[in-house]
Design a protein around this ligand. Structure first.
Ligand SMILES: Nc1ncnc2c1ncn2[C@@H]1O[C@H](COP(=O)(O)OP(=O)(O)OP(=O)(O)O)[C@@H](O)[C@H]1O
Length: 470
C-alpha cells in the first residue's frame, strides 16, 4: 500500500526540518512555509492529513483550518501551537481540528496522534462505503417490463436527482405508489437520510398537523406534557412521504403549503420558526381536482405538491407486467416460506393472465403469497391461488394460449401480436373511435394511443423489411 501523504504547514524552518526528519520514513511529506501556499496545492492534490501551525505569518492557522474544512472536511488537521492558549485551542477544535499538540513537540506523542487520526478516517470511510453498499443492495425493486413502466422508471431516475423537488404520485390502490416514493428517495442524493412515511388516512384529521409538524408543551389537552417533534423533523435532509394526501385537513394543508414555500414551520402552540430541508413526496388515489372543486383541497397546494407528477397505470392497463410480477413474487415467497415452487400450471397461468386485478399489484402479491404457502408440490394450481380449478365460462381459456413445450415460445412476440389483434378489433368494433376502443379494452386513452402507435410502428417495420427482401 502507498504511504499516507502528510502536509506540514509551519513558518519555522527548524520545526519543518525536525518533523520531516521524524516522519519521512513512514509518510510521504510535503512542507509549506505559509498557509496560502498550502491552500493553493490542496484542491489539486489533497493529502491524507495536515499538521498545521496556529501562528502563521500570512493568514492565521485558524483561518487556514476553516478554509480546509470548508472544502475538504474529511482531511484530519492536527494543530501545532507554541503555547497552550486555551481560547485559540477551543476555536481550533470548534472549527473541526482533529487534535492539537503544544511545542516543543514530542515525536512519540505526535506519531500516536497521527496514526489514530489516519485510522479514524479510514474507519469512517469503510463504514460509509458499507452503509452505501447496504442501501444499494436493499434498494426496493420495482418490477415491470412494459414500456410505460420502463419509461416511468427512467423519469424517476431523472427527477430523483434534485433533492427537494416535490413529487405527486397518482394511481389506483396497490399500484406501487409507496414503492415508487421510496425509489425516488433511494435514488436521490439524500438517500442516506430518512424516508419517513405518514399515512394521512390512518391519523385522525384533527391530529394530522401535530403529527407532521409537532407541538409545544401544553398545546392541547391530552398532549404529551413535554411537547413532541414533528415527523417532518425526522425527514430532515431526506424525504417525507405523505400517503393519501387527499385526507389532510385544511389546516394541515395550510401548514404544508407554508412549509413548501419557505422551508419553515411552527410546532402547534409554538412561536419559534423551525427550518427543515426535506423533499415532500405525496400520493393519492383520490381525484384531487374534484376535491378542489368541492373546496376540500387547496388549489395552490395541488400545484405546489405536484411540481412533478407521476401516474402509475393500473395493472390491467399493463398486463404484460403480470407474468414478471407473478414470477418475482413466486421467488420472494419461496424464500420466505423455504419452499421450492418453480412453475405455474397452464390453468393457473391462464387464471392469472385473464383475472381483472382491481387490487392491482397488491392483490397479485397477496394471491401469490397464499399460493406459495399452500402449494403442495412444485407447480402452482388455480386452487392454490384461490381461483376456481375450472376455466371460467366464456374465457376461451383452453384456446387462448398455445401449450408451452420444450421448444419454448416467443413471449414478447406473442404479447405484441395480442396487442395488435385487440387494438385492430376494438377499432373495427367502434368505427375507429379511439376513446370507445380504449374503454372496450379497459385501458385509458393515453395507453391506447401508445399501443396503437407501437403496433403501427411494428407494422411499418415489417413492411419495410419485406420491401428490402424483394
Ligand atoms: N412494480 C412492483 N414491483 C414489486 N412490488 C410491487 C410493485 N408494485 C407494487 N408492489 C408491491 O405491492 C404492494 C402494494 O404497493 P404499494 O403499497 O406501494 O401501493 P400503493 O399504490 O402505495 O397502495 P395504496 O394506494 O393502497 O397506498 C407492496 O407490497 C409493494 O411492495
Amino acid at each position: 500500500m502507498d504511504a499516507h501523504t502528510l502536509f506540514i504547514i509551519d513558518d519555522e524552518e527548524t520545526i519543518r526540518d525536525s518533523l520531516a526528519f521524524a516522519l519521512e520514513s513512514t509518510y510521504t511529506l510535503q512542507t509549506f512555509e505559509t498557509g496560502q501556499e498550502a491552500l493553493a496545492v490542496i484542491p489539486k492534490n489533497p493529502p491524507d492529513l495536515i499538521l498545521l501551525d496556529i501562528g502563521l505569518p500570512d493568514i492565521s492557522g485558524i483561518e487556514v483550518l476553516q478554509q480546509i474544512k470548508g472544502t475538504h472536511p474529511g482531511i484530519p488537521v492536527i494543530m501545532i501551537t507554541a503555547f497552550e492558549e486555551i481560547t485559540t485551542v477551543i476555536t481550533a477544535m470548534k472549527s473541526g481540528a482533529y487534535d492539537y499538540l503544544v511545542k516543543p513537540l514530542h515525536m512519540d506523542a505526535l506519531e500516536i496522534v497521527i496514526a489514530n487520526a489516519l485510522e479514524t478516517v479510514s474507519l469512517k470511510k469503510e463504514v460509509k462505503g458499507l452503509q452505501e453498499q447496504l442501501i444499494q443492495e436493499n434498494l426496493p425493486c420495482f418490477i415491470g417490463e412494459s414500456e410505460v413502466i420502463q419509461e416511468m422508471l427512467t423519469f424517476v431516475d431523472t427527477v430523483a436527482k434534485s433533492p427537494d423537488t416535490p413529487i405527486l404520485i397518482l394511481g389506483e390502490t396497490g399500484t406501487g405508489k409507496e414503492l415508487i416514493a421510496s425509489a425516488v428517495h433511494h435514488r436521490s442524493p439524500n438517500f442516506r437520510s430518512n424516508f419517513v412515511t405518514v399515512n394521512c388516512a390512518a391519523i385522525p384529521r384533527d391530529l394530522i398537523e401535530s403529527e407532521i409538524f409537532g407541538y409545544e408543551r401544553g398545546a392541547f389537552s391530552g398532549a404529551n406534557p413535554n411537547g413532541k417533534r414533528g415527523l417532518i423533523e425526522d425527514a430532515h435532509r431526506g424525504t417525507l412521504f405523505l400517503d393519501e394526501i387527499g385526507d389532510l385537513s385544511l389546516k394541515a394543508q395550510a401548514a404544508l403549503l407554508r412549509f413548501l414555500e419557505t422551508g419553515e414551520f411552527y410546532r402547534i402552540g409554538g412561536t419559534r420558526k423551525h427550518h427543515v430541508q426535506a423533499r415532500i413526496v405525496s400520493a393519492t388515489n383520490k381525484d384531487l381536482e374534484q376535491m378542489i372543486q368541492a373546496e376540500t383541497f387547496r388549489r395552490d397546494l395541488f400545484f405546489r405538491i405536484g411540481v412533478i407528477k407521476l401516474e402509475i397505470p393500473s395493472l390491467n392497463e399493463r398486463r404484460s407486467d403480470i407474468l414478471s410480477l407473478a414470477t418475482f413474487f413466486l421467488e420472494q415467497f419461496n424464500r420466505k416460506f423455504s419452499k421450492k415452487v418453480t412453475t405455474f400450471s397452464e390453468q393457473a397461468l391462464q387464471a392469472i393472465m385473464t383475472h381483472h386485478w382491481t387490487g392491482n399489484v397488491r392483490e397479485l402479491k397477496n394471491i401469490m403469497e397464499r399460493g406459495v404457502l399452500v402449494a403442495k408440490g412444485t407447480t402452482l394450481t388455480p386452487g392454490d391461488l384461490g381461483f376456481s380449478e375450472k376455466p371460467s365460462n366464456g374465457s376461451n381459456a383452453d384456446t387462448m394460449f398455445a401449450p408451452l413445450t420444450t421448444d419454448g415460445i416467443d413471449l414478447p412476440l406473442l404479447r405484441q401480436e395480442m396487442d395488435k389483434f385487440y387494438i385492430k378489433e376494438s377499432l373495427t368494433l367502434t368505427n375507429g373511435n379511439e376513446s370507445q376502443a380504449a374503454k372496450l379494452l379497459n385501458i385509458n386513452h393515453h395507453t391506447f394511443r401508445y399501443h396503437r402507435k407501437k403496433c403501427m410502428d411494428t407494422d411499418q417495420g415489417e413492411d419495410n423489411n419485406q420491401g428490402d427482401g424483394s
